[in-house]
Design a binder for this molecule. Structure first.
Ligand SMILES: Cc1ncc(COP(=O)(O)O)c(C=O)c1O
Length: 416
């Protein structure tokens, strides 16, 4: 079955998509800041509260039922990330908090003379935690520079700074501002050859394409369920040997084994259960698309994410094509159609007559939900000299349609 044949069914499963603004249908182009959730996620959260709301580790019905479903959520995220070890999946408040925690643990062994590498294409959550940890340890921070015209990573600058002094390379799988997909497999490969660990930020990548920690070859990877149709929950994955050997900042009664060692305090159980439901929603799409009901969850997710990537790619290139006909719009990021594989359906623009906030507000009044500013991708907006106003970001998700893209273009024509 083709993805486009399923789109009305998909949309009917997201209650938020039915709302209107000033008489206009709401168009959710704000996915990179957080996606909408299908009814099955809302039901799962609600059901958790009605049926088995309890703390972890008790020997009574609600606690053991709660623990069973939380274990299933670890397995679901393992399937989502491409690992067969559910205990290497750590839940937490959000990606930023988990990254700060891991950076503190990793940097305990760093010393003056050691180096780390961060990129200028990243969200600040994959930049400042590492910079601060390096500062605390007296280590040196090096940068992967960008090719400003296309907003891609400059791999020569990476090779120039990578050395046997490098302890860690932190890089995003894709830019949340301009949609560039980074060559993380090559980066992980080169880093490993130099003896450096790798940390990948898959927050922006994971709603749009298949994450595969084995294929990427990374040591750590983080993402956030609220960007892939789930609740506000952060996720960290690490290779078992690292998660076991690294010191975790934890209280004494908390477990010393995985994954509890890294999951500080009482978790957001209802959110974790909603995360399981979001992954099962995606796996369900994969089974419907493939017409094979007995696929494993990972196989089903592979089908779903491949189809989503293709559908979204067609949409974003239609949007890019149409935007190129508008005089007032400047697009940041890849616009060369021969490089389709290097971009996700997220685009940022500036307007020659309107500042980003006023353009976003105009679009907002017409029902288009778009973000303006730097989207915390501040290393990038600094290099592009776009501070403090930033850009306007249009972020497509698999529940968006060509009709919505065409309506956006018509609305932009009014202010061209
Ligand atoms: C690419 C990227 N990395 C990291 C983050 C931070 O994620 P969280 O809100 O889970 O801390 C975001 C959030 O927008 C993001 O887009």
């Amino acid at each position: 079955m083709q993805f486009a044949d399923l789109i009305s069914n998909i949309r009917s499963r997201f209650p938020a998509l039915a709302r209107t603004v000033n008489g206009h249908p709401a168009v959710y182009f704000d996915g990179p800041g957080g996606t909408q959730v299908p009814q099955v996620v809302i039901d799962a959260v609600s059901d958790y509260y009605s049926r088995c709301n309890a703390n972890h580790g008790g020997v009574f019905a609600t606690s053991s039922e709660s623990d069973t479903i939380l274990d299933e959520a670890h397995q679901a995220v393992a399937d989502f990330l491409g690992t067969d070890d559910p205990n290497t999946v750590v839940f937490g408040a959000n990606m930023t908090t988990l990254t700060f925690a891991l950076s503190r643990s990793l940097s305990r062994s760093w010393k003056p003379g050691d180096e780390i590498i961060v990129s200028r294409l990243d969200h600040d959550a994959n930049y400042t935690p590492w910079v601060m940890a390096a500062q605390d340890a007296g280590a040196t921070v090096r940068h992967i520079e960008i090719n400003t015209k296309e907003c891609t990573l400059n791999l020569d600058s990476f090779r120039n700074v990578l050395s046997d002094k490098t302890k860690l390379v932190a890089v995003g799988c894709a830019s949340n501002a301009v949609g560039t997909v980074n060559p993380v497999r090559d980066i992980c490969n080169l880093s490993q050859q130099a003896g450096a660990l790798t940390f990948l930020d898959a927050v922006h990548f994971s709603p749009h394409a298949l994450v595969d920690v084995q294929e990427f070859g990374c040591d750590f990877l983080a993402c956030s369920a609220y960007k892939f149709f789930g609740p506000h929950v952060g996720i960290l994955w690490g290779r078992r040997e690292h998660l076991e050997s690294l010191p975790a900042y934890k209280v004494r009664p908390a477990p010393d084994d995985l994954p509890g060692k890294w999951m500080t305090g009482t978790q957001n159980h209802e959110g974790i259960v909603g995360t399981l439901a979001a992954i099962d929603y995606l796996a369900g799409l994969g089974r419907t698309l493939s017409r094979e009901s007995d696929l494993s969850r990972r196989e089903a997710l592979t089908h779903a994410m491949t189809a989503i990537q293709q559908y979204e790619s067609d949409l974003i290139w239609h949007l890019i094509d149409s935007l190129q006909g508008l005089q007032s719009i400047r697009i940041y990021g890849i616009t060369d159609p021969t490089r389709r594989a290097e971009r996700l359906p997220t685009i940022s623009v500036t307007h020659s007559k309107r500042d980003p906030e006023s353009l976003a507000s105009h679009l907002g009044s017409r029902g288009f939900f778009v973000w303006h500013g730097n989207f915390y991708a501040q290393p990038l907006t600094e290099v592009l000299d776009l501070e403090p106003r930033g850009m306007v970001r249009v972020g497509l998700a698999h529940y968006n349609t060509r009709t919505e893209v065409d309506r956006l273009i018509e609305t932009l024509k009014e202010v061209d």
